[in-house]
Design a protein around this ligand. Sequence first.
Ligand SMILES: Cc1ncc(COP(=O)(O)O)c(C=O)c1O
Length: 370
Amino acid sequence: MQFIDLAAQQKRIRGAIEAGFKKILDHGQYILGPEIRELEEKLAAFVGVPFAVAVASGTDALLMPLMIEKIGPGDAIFTSTFTFIATAEVIELLGATAVFVDIDSKTYNIDPDKLEQAIQRVISEKKLTPRGIIPVDLFGQAADYDAIHLIAKKYNLFVLQDACQSFGASQKGKKAGALAKVAATSFFPAKPLGCYGDGGMIFTDDKKIYEQLLSIRVHGQGIDKYTNVRVGINGRMDSLQAAVLLAKMEIFAEEIELRQEVAGRYNQLLAGTVKIPKILKENISAWAQYSVLHPRRQAIIEKLRANGVPTAIYYPIPLHLQEAFTHLGYGKNDFPVAEKIAGEIFSLPMHPYLMPGEQERICATIKSSQ
Ligand SMILES: Cc1ncc(COP(=O)(O)O)c(C=O)c1O
């Protein structure tokens, strides 16, 4: 059994991917070829925003908007402690300070009340200037954007949506990618929409930001690539990745539906065994992960492994306890909700092609291990 079965998906679209690759081999524009523009247009329309910029990774997709905001030393950016390292890494790379916030115990996303407390604390300490918030849509469920935008407005902060796990999700009918002025997603192969390498995309409704992103993506270029008007990066996506994504987009909406069915089946089969994910009624999750809680997870994980069922732990160590961030001075018990969940969480196989029989076997194994 696969944790994520990319081969089952490839079987459906292999012809389209090969045709896309052949076109690129023929025209030879390997970087920023015509497929990139086509993909940007298609995904911007899917998300419902005017502008999309294809980039080299989700990490670059988070970094580049922060560069536009001229984030640097002395600036505080607020984010969840329970996320992948990249969310906070980009803040620190620019010399700014990541200010971590605990999570909501139901959704595992940033807790808006604690966010406001953290902002007020930073203001009263007078050491850092609050500049922005990066909410993360963990495991595919959008964060509480209504509450976050109210806070952002009150304290004059920008919001950058980390939609790296939530492409395909929605909140109150709005797609992930359209829930903040700027949003970043990732096409790492294991993501709901994944390419066959690294890739990412930035979405925005702001033309000026869009134009700046195009420049930053190619070393801060001006009218051409040998005129540099700002410091940028090599943040380009290659055409082959765009061809994979274009082929996958043909079946993506259907796959998001299939993910709902797989998650629904897990919810039923697991009732009364482990704590199942809670998706709020205004949200449709992209189900990047199906993550459950159990205080004695190790015994369950081992039983599953013995029965050929792979699992993963996202995330065993919250960011405030990571060695990379010791300089920030956090310690144990600073964020009790995240720490408790990090100690109990594990993820089950999740992909659109998981068969009901496989799910029954997984859930029966979990039951028998208790
Ligand atoms: C929440 C989150 N942020 C950022 C990233 C970074 O994306 P990438 O691996 O494409 O750089 C990822 C995924 O890996 C992620 O899950």
